[in-house]
Design a protein. Sequence first.
Length: 494
Amino acid sequence: MAKRLFIFCLLFLLFSSSYNAFAATWNYQWTNQIVEVPVGASLEGYKSLPKASLYKNGELMSDANITYLREGDWLYYMKDVDTSKVGEYKVWYKAFENEKYKPGTCNNYKCLVTFRVVDKIKPKIEIVNKELTLKKGDTYDFASNVIVTDNYSTDIYLYFDKTIDQIVGEEYVNVVAVDGSGNRATASFLVKMTNISKPIIIFKNLSNTLNAPKNGALDITEFFTAYDAYDGDITDRIVYPTISLNELGVYDYTVSVTNSSNLQSSYTISINVIDGVSPTIELINDIQYFEYNADISKINFKDYITITDNEVIDYSKLSITHSIENVVGSYYVNYSYDDGTFIVQKNLKVVLISSNPPVIEADDIEIYANEDFDIFNYINIIDDSDPNIYNSIEVFENIDLSTPGEYPVTIYAVNSSGLSSSKELIVRVLDEDIIAEDENIVNDNDEFDSVLYYLKKRDEEQQIKNIIIFISLIVVVVGVLVFQIVSYKKKKNI
């Protein structure tokens, strides 16, 4: 009985242990999955760097006793790692815990470890000659002055920061060596150049001054050449600063040239900016017309000209004078422009005119035969623009003062602006008998009353005549209407 109980307890413990093992979540987490190995180093010191940690249900089992298989499989073997060649090599690592926790083959027990064989040693540069003495124009390969070695790379890139042609006097040449892994080494050596001289600039003008027109164009390049003892003709290397010809005056102007030895020469001349162009004043129209009574002070005479010059027009330098009065006639406006070198003048003819013709006031005239008669006593001319308008009056008539009748007369006047007016009227020449009758009446009565009586009587007679004529017209109209009515009734009865 006791033996059976012991066997039962033993089986229970084994079953409980197996159940716990299968029920828990186990996994490995790896560190140092990428290992760098210097080229040429032994791999033994780097194999053990990749490590695995055992976790149960997310909790680290720090006391786990983990063993490893590092030989690799599935084409990634430790034997293929070659530390004599730069590159990447991969090996399958496996982790096991078979002593305490015994999780069996659980998650991440296998890890693909990368071994990177790297070269981190920079090349070595040995300078053959710390100082070199060369002549301008010599051919020399700076690479022959250095010896470069490297622990691994055979293809070394060399770079020199200067060429012989770039060296002026004494200068250090820096050399850079870079191996195939990008490791960089630097060194330098001194180069001393001999027989070096500055270039020469030649100015072709006889004097050291050039005259240039203000705001004009100047091709300065045609006046300079440059020569170098080594480079020869280097005229095309001359540097010409921008020239400003906007202001009159004398200005220093310097050109420069640099040879292949980086030696520079300069040459300074004087540029005399002169005004060689005279301004011009052009009239928009040769004659300008204005109303004679216009406000002259409000006329901007600057608007009637155009000024041109080789510089911006400064209207403060323009003078405008005139003596125009508000009287019809011709005047002149005087323009004068001074650009500081030239003074130009122009005259504009201004004509003041009237836009209104004269007004002739005259009515029909009655006179008696053989009466003294001057038609100008019956005419009035209105024209404010021409005080001498009466001198222009012309009368076209053919009056016979001895014969009673009606005579047409045309009066014509033209003012000083060339505007004319005409007026037509009738001159009635009355019979002299009327004068005699009037005189008799005047003799019988008081002179003033007699005249009034006569005029009144003549008016009354004329009114009677008008009334008779009006009544006659009414009678005729009534008769016509009666005749029409009677005729209509007769036709209707029939």
